[in-house]
Design a protein. Structure first.
Lengths: 400, 400
């Protein structure tokens, strides 16, 4: 079977073939924000396709939330209809009139973030951090293989890719053992995959692993910027706070789960066996290949398929106590690191807490980020018809 | 000087004299939610007072957020005008037509919660928990006197007083050292005071202690329900998560900072001296006297004035890394406990982790909460004219 093709030209290597159709929010020059779908190097104004209908009104807003709230049946219908429009000739004039060149539009934060949760689901990452911080103890704490460890982050400082990140100040310990206030000296990244909740759940009703795709609409790339020195001083006993809360960047495109159907893989073997509420009936591991670039140079290729807990298991755990989901909830995997040294998703791992600085192509070295550095994370996945499904990128530049 | 009085009758001992005027959201029978102000045993429909104006439109909604976003000048104007209407005779007919008996209206969550942060600011509480959990170590960790320790909680499960709280299930360790899933056996309360952000701040711009009242509109009572066994198993190394995220109750009335002017006191002596960004130019400790009732019986009287860090210091710390504030942000003090055994704001402290159960007037004992138990927390404060300013209460009943 040959790959389905759109009559909209899709350049070789584009992350956005017609098998992808990720959703975002864009403004054309002089226009208001609205929902669009990326195809090749264009964006299709989805609000215009349904102009005059209630769905069109929900798409003619500055966030995906009203569309997300419509639920799985509607997500499938819209995707199917857009696929038909972009592969068939029937309404080519309508579509062409509403295609905008991607390089001419402004991309916005694609959804209003309700609650933001960050997990810690990569075994290699948790092991690396355990070794760095507790060299004399067990690398993994006793609960780690029993449940997806996670915590709540700050939803109000989630920003869209491209937003500059100001180096945060904070309290940390000086070499004399006295705390002082100053800009972080250990600004780091965390390459993560985030999951966007569309359909809410009711208070008191856990969401089973099998209901994952009824609630989660799609995935984004996340860079969970981290100030390691602030984090180290503040985090006992209640966890990370200001070391993380200054900024979390997400990609402008939300890739729907439907586009990731061919990327589904079983999670790695889980031993001990998870409790029944964490068992997966069908696999929701995802074969996403991430790539981290620092000032253009690839510094890491974290494989998401090595993540110990699947996003369906994270969701089941997050709701097992009856905590309800809201449209716009974002939960991220935690740093994605593979077992190899060149698959680590944070600088604290790549440089082993600064001991082994990275050497960049320009000859400079980095233990942690310098002012002016730009970090860009991309990912792609196997899609239908042997096509690669891309996420675009999440990038940010450090301001002093 | 005699106390200002309203012509609306205020019963002896009412928490809501005209010196208070707390804001909430209510529905009259058959009517839509709108903003109201409590006076005696009535609620004045504030949206009707400004009907036909943009302010009236902002008050004719199901949350305080649009009013809160207007900022400090507008908060002062509305309070002044309501005080005039309720103490003077000029527009008595307008006011009377829009007074509703409190026992006939439905009270709603007063504001849409943006981010929810929980601090750990009571020295007695942090010391008690340190003694319970680390009997052989220092009760307070080294960072505790240097910065207000805090973490993010789940905004989507903040509920209004009166909402029943279902006993959460979760993963915890059994006596055999194996984890299992089951309803918590150690359901607890945390009596706290919460602060509601009205005016947002800009990303990258810390909010100084002196700007506290420019951003924070007022205070609520908070019960941060906690499942201690779930929390104990999950919280290393990233802090509390499911042990807290199932429900957090807040009082329906937001008491404006202006009503608490006479409750302001210096915080207890802070040694070592806080870093300059945490210094208070003017005192924002608050002399609030809390009272915790379990099934009607008073079990504790936590004094908020003993809290080590003031809410202005918490705000300055929370934003020192440039994290921005949004309208509707809620941050709570953490459990309020005084130095005496009968001033502890949680059962884990009152019963010393279950070792010394409470005996209730009906002869029953409680180490932690039983199904059907009702917890109600109230507070009052010195107000203008020697009057007491009340918070009403935050209450909830445990469902199996």
């Amino acid at each position: 079977m040959s790959a389905a093709r759109s009559w909209v030209p899709v350049p070789e290597g584009s992350p956005f073939p017609v098998q992808n159709l990720p959703y975002g929010v864009f403004s054309p020059p002089g226009g208001a924000p609205r929902v669009g779908v990326a195809i090749g190097d264009r964006v299709l104004d989805a609000s215009a396709v349904w102009a005059g209908t209630p769905l069109g009104a929900d798409l003619a807003t500055g966030s995906l939330n009203r569309f997300l709230r419509r639920g799985r049946g509607e997500w499938a219908y819209v995707r199917r209809r857009l696929t038909d429009l972009l592969t068939g000739d029937g309404q080519r004039r309508l579509v062409e009139a509403n295609l905008h060149p991607l390089d001419r539009v402004t991309l916005h934060l694609p959804f209003e973030v309700a609650d933001y949760v960050d997990f810690y689901a990569s075994e290699a990452h948790a092991t690396n951090l355990g070794r760095v911080f507790r060299p004399d103890g067990e690398a993994l704490l006793p609960n780690w293989r029993r449940l997806p460890v996670g915590y709540h982050g700050r939803a109000g400082t989630v920003v869209v890719s491209g937003t500059p990140v100001r180096r945060p100040a904070g309290q940390r310990l000086g070499p004399d053992g006295e705390p002082f206030l100053g800009p972080t000296g250990r600004l780091d990244i965390e390459a993560e995959v985030g999951f966007v909740v569309g359909a809410p759940s009711r208070p008191g009703e856990p969401v089973a692993t099998g209901a994952f795709a009824d609630h989660v609409f799609g995935a984004v790339l996340v860079n969970d910027w981290s100030a390691r020195d602030i984090q180290a001083w503040e985090y006992q006993p209640l966890g990370p706070f200001l070391g993380k809360s200054f900024a979390t960047s997400v990609s402008p495109w939300v890739v729907p789960l439907e586009a990731l159907e061919h990327a589904r893989v079983p999670v790695p073997p889980q031993d001990p066996a998870p409790l029944p509420y964490l068992e997966e009936k069908e696999p929701w591991g995802l074969d996403l290949q991430l790539e981290v670039r620092l000032n253009g140079a690839v510094v890491s290729r974290p494989p998401f398929r090595t993540t110990y807990w699947s996003p369906a298991q994270m969701l089941a755990h997050m709701t097992v106590n009856g905590a309800s989901l809201r449209t716009g909830d974002l939960y991220a995997s935690g740093t994605v690191s593979g077992p190899s040294a060149d698959e680590r998703g944070s600088l604290i791992e790549l440089t082993w807490n600064g001991r082994d600085p990275l050497r960049l192509p320009d000859g400079s070295e980095r233990a942690f980020l310098a002012d002016g550095d730009t970090v860009a994370i991309t990912a792609d996945a196997p899609g239908a018809d042997g096509i690669r499904i891309g996420f675009g990128d999440v990038s940010g530049t450090v301001l002093p």
